[in-house]
Each structure stands twice: as C-alpha cells, then as structure tokens.
Design a binder for this molecule. Structure first.
Ligand SMILES: NC(=O)c1ccc[n+]([C@@H]2O[C@H](COP(=O)([O-])OP(=O)(O)OC[C@H]3O[C@@H](n4cnc5c(N)ncnc54)[C@H](OP(=O)(O)O)[C@@H]3O)[C@@H](O)[C@H]2O)c1
Length: 245
C-alpha cells in the first residue's frame, strides 16, 4: 500500500456511501484527500473523524461545471497536484418510463453523466500538464445490463463506461490511467433517492437481501490505485456473491 501514501485524491460524492468509505480507506493508507459533495456538514464530520483539516472539505454541486472546476483547482492549489479523481457522485431515482418522471431522468443525466464529464474537464488540463494522473469513474452492473424500471439510470451508467473507455484511449500521450468501477448492490443511501413507493420497496427489499458493505468498493479503488505506474486497471465489475442480476 506504499503506492497510496501521499497520493492526492479528489472524491466527488464523499458525504456518504461509497465515497465516504473510500476516503476512510485512503486516509488510513496515507493518501491526502479532498472531499466534495453538497452536504458540507457531512463532509466536515467525516474530516473530523479522519483527523484531516477543514481545507480538505469542498462544497460542490457536480451539475455546475464551474463548481467542479473550483473543486479540482482547490485541490491543486492546496497540494500542488492531483493524482486521482474519483468521479463517484450519483443518484438512482428509478421508475418505469411510462410514469414519465422526466425531472428525475434529467437529474440522473445531469449528475451521473454530466457530473462525470465536468470532473474529467476539470482534471484533464492538470493531469496533461503533469504528464500523470488517474481518473476513476463509477459505473454499475447497470452499466452492463438494463432491466425494467432502471432504464435511464442504466443509460447514464452505460454512457459512463463508454466515456471512460474513450478517455482511456485518448490520454495515452499524457501517461494518464483510467479505471471504471462497476459495483453490484452495496449498502449505501442510494435506494433512498427513489420516489415511487412500489419501486422503492422492491429495491430496498433487494438491497436488504443482497447488499454488501461499502468497504468492498473502497478496496477496489485502492487496488486500482496501488498498481505500478505502467499497469492500468481499466475496469472492475463486482457483485455480492449472492446477487444473480
Ligand atoms: N450502492 C450501490 O449499490 C451502487 C451500485 C452501483 C453503482 N453505484 C454508484 O456509486 C456512486 C456512489 O453512490 P452511493 O451508493 O455511495 O450512494 P449515496 O450514499 O447516496 O451517495 C451518493 C453521493 O453522491 C453525492 N451527490 C449526489 N448528487 C450530487 C450533486 N448534484 N453534486 C455533488 N454530489 C452529489 C451525494 O452527496 P450530497 O447529497 O451531499 O451532494 C453522496 O455523497 C453513484 O455513482 C452510484 O450510482 C452504487
């Protein structure tokens, strides 16, 4: 885990779930993290728990390109560089298309897809200049499959995989690594975003039965980060052992 020590890592969606747990693992292994999300009080509580300064906390709405740029620039000003961007912020208000929850479709596209693209746009200029860096984008099992009720979420997560793979090919001249992490059901606040009661119940029941703890994801991030510089882990797809979907 020496490869983690002193790495400068920016995490979006660090206020709960996968992002918060990954921050714990990274700091535990000596990385220096900058935590981004909208619920700044949650970020401050996490920073206090981790014993890191309040300058490591940055309020950001990833649907706002300027705010995402400010987050990345803040990390570079603070630490002199950015080694890893964990593009993790996301939400999953699932529902069948026929219910026309168009505002929620827009929201998923804005956060899950455009938020990731804004992260890339903000980090790339620094990483190109450094001639080093690592962009880790969070997709999903739903980025490999689609099923009724999860169409738009699945579309955003498929798009994240395509963008990541295209990015991987384009950034070869700059020595930048690119990883997609696609989790199955992991116990976080993700099902809480579902507004349709019957859909919410179905997903909650599924998560109660199958979901595994968030350290499963954190260990994947650390695995990808800790490879030698000439090894680029491009995708990790993992599920709870009991999950069929
Ligand atoms: N848990 C799973 O089973 C699972 C499976 C596959 C993929 N994923 C993906 O994993 C990622 C993390 O989700 P999670 O499971 O950890 O869920 P979570 O506990 O709900 O965390 C989501 C995070 O995203 C942030 N976020 C949402 N909208 C945002 C916005 N507009 N600007 C900035 N941050 C925003 C939230 O922070 P604020 O609300 O404080 O802004 C929160 O920190 C997501 O991309 C999700 O799609 C999760």
């Amino acid at each position: 885990m020496d490869a983690i020590k002193d790495k400068i890592v920016v995490i979006t969606g660090a206020s709960s779930g996968l992002g918060a747990e990954t921050a714990r693992h990274l700091v535990g292994n000596g990385a220096r993290v900058v935590l981004g999300a909208r619920r700044v009080e949650r970020l401050e509580a996490l920073a206090a728990e981790l014993g890191i300064g309040s300058q490591s906390v940055f309020k950001v709405d990833v649907t706002d390109r300027e705010q995402v740029k400010a987050l990345i620039d803040h990390a570079v000003e603070l630490h002199g560089r950015i080694d890893v961007l964990l593009n993790n912020a996301g939400l999953m208000p699932q529902s069948p298309l026929e219910r026309l929850k168009v505002d929620e479709w827009d929201r998923m596209i804005d956060v899950n897809l455009k938020g990731v693209m804004y992260g890339i746009a903000a980090a790339l200029p620094h990483m190109m200049k450094q001639k080093s860096g690592h962009i880790i984008n969070v997709s999903s099992v739903a980025g490999h499959k689609v099923r009724p009720g999860g169409v738009v979420y699945s579309a955003t997560k498929h798009a994240v995989r395509i963008i990541s793979e295209g990015l991987r090919q384009e950034v070869k001249p700059y020595n930048i690594r690119s990883t997609i992490i696609s989790p199955g059901a992991v116990a976080t606040e993700l099902p809480d975003h579902i507004t349709e009661p019957d859909v919410a119940k179905g997903i909650r029941d599924f998560y109660e039965q199958y979901a595994i703890p968030a350290d499963s994801f954190a260990r994947c991030v650390l695995f990808a980060m800790s490879q030698p510089a000439d090894v680029d882990i491009n995708e990790i797809l993992f599920r709870p052992t009991a999950q069929e979907y």
